[in-house]
Write a protein that binds this ligand. Structure first.
Ligand SMILES: Nc1ncnc2c1ncn2[C@@H]1O[C@H](COP(=O)(O)OP(=O)(O)OP(=O)(O)O)[C@@H](O)[C@H]1O
Length: 336
């Protein structure tokens, strides 16, 4: 039997947050305060999560972005009730994570596992559906995941992207209020990644709360309302892609001049830094017009270039780590 989106009730009779039409006046989808989780012994302790505060409202699509070892999976494991924080409090829709899972309010799409290669796509979803007292119709979730056309195909014959969309379909069966994806597109080719995100995007448009961990900056930028940047177990920035870019606000003005006065440039309004290498100047500023005007009027500067900062710059500015920025953007680290 199908659970109508907004009519699932718990034993007390209050409405539980299902996928569509989130209730903005209801409890936070995620309310985490002071989360800590360490591994290892006293002599060698890894502080995988080192004081994370995170509040996510129903309906938000949040990217958890960070390099290897930042603490993304450790945090997600706690959200899913797979491990317990050493310290801090954590509620999902006002409940302990395990209670939220038991009510079918949270589903996860992990990178691997959970599929039997001899079953067909439809049989796999039907088997998962049989674990729920109430669930969405199997063909409907296959359709929403964009794999209804391969419903009769054996899992082992499906591409990595199709298998991942099958995991997504399985996650939709309980019509969860919160969907958590841990690096869902790792190892997929460009086309598989695009099809996967197309299915997710169509689903999030219905109002589901989504948290996804990713290394890929472009995924965070393209699919999230909000980016939470994590590094060494801490949140180093939290905002829209535009806000994060603003944190590394301003622009860089590049020019060639042999008579520029670095001190005079640094004294211009809005200038954050001036670098001089031979005749080449790089000036970071919030007022690129003022810098350009000064260079053209008061120096013999030529070859002016003005560039906006991107998320990679923001990451470097926030973490001071070009290698980590290269890792999340997939570019080669320069200037080491
Ligand atoms: N069970 C464990 N035992 C020991 N150390 C662990 C364990 N799980 C995670 N860690 C360590 O905690 C840190 C955070 O790991 P975590 O997997 O949460 O990072 P991540 O951001 O998900 O990284 P990735 O993108 O590589 O998956 C790392 O230094 C990792 O080696």
């Amino acid at each position: 039997m199908t659970v109508p989106a907004t009519q699932a009730h718990n034993r007390q009779g209050s409405t539980l947050p299902r996928g569509a039409a989130p209730d903005p006046t209801g409890p936070l989808a995620v309310d985490a305060t002071g989360l800590h989780k360490s591994f290892g012994t006293h002599s060698k302790t890894v502080h995988a999560v080192n004081g994370i505060d995170l509040q996510i409202r129903p309906g938000e699509v949040v990217a958890f972005l960070g390099p290897n070892g930042a603490g993304k999976t450790t945090t997600i494991d706690m959200l899913l009730g797979l491990s317990k924080p050493d310290a801090g409090s954590l509620a999902i829709f006002g409940m302990a994570p395990r209670a939220a899972i038991a009510h079918g309010l949270v589903s996860a799409v992990m990178q691997t596992g959970g599929l039997l290669k001899d079953l067909t796509v439809r049989e796999t979803a039907a088997l998962t559906a049989s674990l729920f007292a109430q669930h969405q119709p199997v063909d409907e979730v296959l359709d929403r995941a964009g794999i209804l056309d391969v419903a009769g195909r054996r899992v082992e014959k499906c591409s990595g992207g199709q298998q991942q969309r099958l995991r997504f379909a399985m996650a939709l069966l309980s019509d969860p209020g919160l969907l958590i994806l841990d690096e869902p597109t790792t190892g997929m080719d460009v086309e598989g990644r695009r099809d996967f995100w197309q299915a997710i995007r169509a689903d999030t448009a219905r109002g589901r709360t989504v948290i996804f961990a990713t290394h890929y900056l472009e995924e965070a930028d393209a699919y999230a309302d909000r980016i939470v940047l994590v590094r060494r177990g801490k949140i180093v920035a939290d905002g829209t892609a535009a806000e994060i870019k603003n944190l590394a606000s301003g622009r860089t003005v590049l020019a060639t001049a042999d008579n520029a006065d670095a001190a005079a440039l640094a004294a211009l309004p809005g200038v954050d830094s001036v670098q001089v290498q031979g005749e080449r100047l790089a000036i970071r500023t919030k007022d690129s017009d003022a810098v350009a005007r000064y260079l053209l009027n008061s120096t013999n500067a030529v070859d002016l270039e003005i560039t906006s900062h991107n998320l990679e710059d923001a990451f470097v500015a926030l973490t001071g780590d070009a290698d980590a920025a290269a890792e999340i953007t997939g570019t080669e680290s320069k200037g080491k």
